[in-house]
Design a protein around this ligand. Structure first.
Ligand code: ZN
Length: 354
């Protein structure tokens, strides 16, 4: 059984490429609207890294295989991870990885007692981080995956949408509660616990991966974001939702590519963008830019993705977001459009775009 659920194709392809090419970094911020989806993605990554009987991959195929094909789903490690009971896969939240006053991990009875208390802890405790660092200091044959997430308690009638880790299971069994993952917010960290942790995040023990689940990186602490790569996890779009104007963007994109090959003038392209999308189609500039953003996203979802391509994609999406912001604020529209086209041509020239 695989720990997969519908996850963004781009994010999955990104991790497949990073794992198979050995370029996985040690910290990622997974950002997306649905934290359960992010949590499932984290477990799929954990399986791909820990499967003891990984399937043979066909050689010579251009498209990267799905992330789930890197793990067998049947071996002991895969099964443990899909039940979220693997000792190397740790979930850290204000409600989990609990430690008692002596700084030791709580036993099930203590967890139950904690769960019956009226108010839930609002922050990840410094002792929790101390325990985590201690735990990571002990060598392991596995690849450790540490998932940071926020979580809220709900009545047991609303089943947890993710396989609950050990601590949640202990509490759920007796406290008539279930746990629902939520995006991380900076308020769940306190200054002491974060400072204690930053060095480990910067120089983690070998074969250790940190994943932070959040909705936007602005919600997280800069000190964490700056030490991680941010991976946007977009929900895959169904063809029915496709916008007919995407075809016009596809035309424009091809034109842009050819124009750059001929070393054409960037101002001319900008004028063409304005003529086609703003004058002829009657879109506002932010509408035209959002359409272009949607087109690029579509293009990436269907193309093979490697690390360089993904980096280009991120730069473009960020530049587009920034440009839309500037244009909406009715600030320097032409200058920001020009800047966008310069970035676009730079990325196209680097040949990392599909
Ligand atoms: Zn396996």
């Amino acid at each position: 059984m695989h720990a997969t659920s519908p996850v963004s194709n781009i994010a999955e392809q990104f991790f497949t490429a990073a794992i198979t090419s050995g370029t996985l970094a040690h910290g990622y911020v997974l950002k997306g609207k649905n934290t359960s989806t992010l949590y499932h993605l984290a477990l799929s990554i954990a399986q791909a890294l820990n499967c003891s009987n990984p399937p043979q991959r066909p050689v010579g195929t251009e498209a990267p295989p799905p992330l789930s094909s890197l793990a067998c789903g049947q071996c002991k490690d895969c099964r443990w991870i899909s039940r979220n009971a693997h000792p190397a896969i740790m979930t850290v939240s204000r409600l989990t990885y609990q430690v008692n006053e002596k700084g030791e991990l709580m036993i099930p009875e203590e967890l139950e007692k904690q769960a019956k208390k009226a108010s839930a802890p609002t922050q990840i405790k410094t002792d929790q981080i101390g325990q985590l660092i201690h735990h990571l200091g002990v060598s392991s044959e596995h690849c450790r995956v540490v998932i940071f997430t926020d979580v809220e308690e709900r009545p047991a009638s609303q089943a947890s949408p993710v396989p609950p880790p050990y601590e949640w299971q202990c509490i759920e069994a007796n406290a008539e509660k279930s746990f629902h993952v939520r995006p991380l917010d900076r308020s769940v960290f306190n200054a002491f616990s974060v400072n204690k942790f930053l060095k480990t995040l910067e120089e983690p023990p070998p074969r250790t991966l940190f994943l932070f689940l959040t909705e936007t990186e602005e919600q997280l602490l800069d000190t964490i974001v700056s030490r991680c790569q941010v991976v946007p996890c977009l929900a895959p779009q169904s063809p029915a939702q496709e916008d007919p104007s995407l075809a016009a963007f596809a035309d424009f994109y091809e034109k842009l590519r050819q124009h750059l090959q001929r070393k054409g003038d960037i101002y001319q392209l900008m004028a063409e963008f304005q003529a086609v999308f703003i004058e002829a189609q009657g879109l506002s500039t932010p509408q035209a830019l959002s359409g272009f953003q949607q087109f690029l996203r579509q293009k990436f979802v269907t193309a093979p993705v490697d690390t360089a391509r993904f980096a280009s994609y991120r730069i473009l999406q960020q530049t587009l977001e920034k440009t839309i912001g500037v244009v909406e604020a009715k600030a320097n529209e032409n200058a920001s459009l020009l800047n966008l086209f310069i970035e676009l041509s730079k990325q196209l020239k680097s040949a990392s775009l599909p």
